[in-house]
Design a protein around this ligand. Structure first.
Ligand code: DLL
Length: 429
């Protein structure tokens, strides 16, 4: 059952609503965000030029670099006194992307998350254990507010404390668990170590997201835990979790809440739209965000769109689950990291040569990162002090530390002789 009527609305009516909201969004961006006004003026586009959904293509795109350049609040469309909440997500240079919400934005966000939960099969009265991290990350509080909006009971445990997660889940008879897909598998392993058969745990649904989940991984989650696995997608720049979610009826693609977010799929190299059903980069435009209207955000996520009717009755377009990116973003245990951010932090330090490599593995279904850094020729720094310094700097700047840090002698990292240097070795695939 859908949570809001609009989810099953006639597509013509939906398009009318989208055009109206798109025009309002362009107006908000034009009037209140200098960054957009300058670009729209340069392109000679005014809000009145938006007469159809296709007119979105007349608008400029927004990139993660724009968030970086406008750090911290250059893209905000409201004064600070109208901002109810701020969140942050990892950026390209160590500076996070700061995102803002008004009261109404929080309401809309809670509602799209509630819709997503309802699509997963969750209901008012269910007990939902939320294992996404609370804090600046949008996962924890995003799900939390949506669970409350749905009328379910939230257990705000956040990430980690896996044994406690298992105990609480049993004692409080949680119906639904929300976490990253890799954590779902770790939960199963921990439950086994504690002497439980994960299939006997009370949860019947796991709502996973924030990182890619391949089909074999989903099957493993579903089989080992005896649950329905539901994919939820979102990104901070657009709202956080709740841009789209699978329905439990079909589990075939994620319904994008199109009355709030307008999707396009383009060729990542040319920026031109691809045919329906063809893979490309997802572009999203917010349709009702007040504090942070975003025009044509290049998400970097690769997907396809499917406008066919869904057996659940929802008419909103479905996107394929995201398993690839058009850029080099690494998602490690749900934390977003760009190799360039790590590079920035390490190479800023004395005693370190500009050679490093990142190895990513999956061990017992959890991501593991090994960082190898080369010491500078003739450095007087000891290995131990350099190690401590790198760990501290990474922790301070990126709130992340590698599972293993190796410092090697000068020349210890193989040089690339031809073509681009490869610094990241992702062995998880
Ligand atoms: O990860 C929001 C979120 C929280 C989504 C909890 C779902 C559940 P960011 O930290 O800004 O926001 O990271 C956004 O994560 O562009 C994708 O590359 C990736 N991502 C998010 N959801 C999925 C998913 C949150 N279901 C970036 N499948 C996005 C694959 C996902 N990748």
């Amino acid at each position: 059952m859908s949570y809001k009527k609009v989810e099953t609305s006639d597509r013509e009516e939906l398009r009318e609503l989208q055009v109206e909201r798109l025009r309002d969004t362009v107006e908000n961006a034009y009037e209140n965000v200098e960054f957009y006004r300058d670009q729209l003026d340069e392109m000679g586009v005014t809000p009145e030029d938006i007469q159809s959904v296709e007119d979105v293509r007349k608008l400029p795109t927004t990139t993660k670099e724009d968030f970086r350049d406008e750090y911290p609040d250059g893209l905000f469309a409201v004064d600070s006194e109208d901002v109810t909440r701020l969140h942050a997500s990892s950026g390209t240079t160590g500076k996070p992307k700061i995102v803002a919400y008004t009261d109404d934005d929080i309401k809309v966000w809670s509602e799209v998350v509630a819709r997503s939960l309802a699509a997963s099969g969750a209901e008012a009265g269910d007990t939902i254990q939320n294992a996404y991290g609370y804090g600046l990350f949008t996962g924890g509080l995003g799900l939390h507010y949506g669970i409350e909006e749905l009328g379910a009971t939230v257990i705000p445990i956040g990430g980690g404390q896996t044994q406690r997660q298992v105990e609480l889940m049993i004692d409080l008879e949680s119906d639904v668990f929300t976490c990253t897909p890799s954590y779902a598998l770790y939960l199963a392993e921990t439950a086994e170590e504690m002497g439980h058969d994960p299939v006997d745990l009370p949860i019947s649904t796991i709502i996973f997201g924030a990182e890619p989940c391949t089909d074999p991984m989903r099957e493993e989650i579903e089989e080992r835990l005896g649950v329905n696995g539901i994919d939820i997608y979102g990104l901070s720049e657009i709202v956080g979790p709740g841009v789209s979610c699978e329905c439990h009826e079909a589990q075939e693609g994620l319904h994008i809440w199109e009355d709030r977010f307008l999707p396009e799929v383009v060729d990542p190299h040319t920026g031109e739209p691809v045919e329906e059903g063809e893979e490309g980069e997802l572009i999203l435009t917010t349709l009702s965000k007040e504090a942070l209207p975003v025009l044509r955000y290049r998400t970097g996520d690769l997907t396809t769109l499917n406008y066919e009717e869904c057996e659940c009755g929802r008419t909103m377009v479905r996107m394929d689950n995201v398993t690839g990116r058009a850029d080099d973003l690494l998602i490690v245990r749900g934390v977003n990291l760009y190799p360039s951010e790590i590079e920035h932090v390490i190479l800023d330090l004395d005693g370190v040569a500009p050679h490093y490599r990142i190895d990513l593995y999956r061990e017992e279904s959890l991501d593991v990162m090994e960082l190898t850094v080369e010491m500078e020729e003739g450095t007087t720094q000891s290995r131990q002090s350099l190690e401590a310094e790198i760990t501290e700097r990474l922790e301070n700047v990126l709130q992340f530390s590698p599972d293993e840090l190796d410092l090697v002698e000068p020349g210890g990292i193989a040089r690339s002789k031809v073509g681009k240097v490869q610094r990241v070795y992702d062995h998880r695939k």
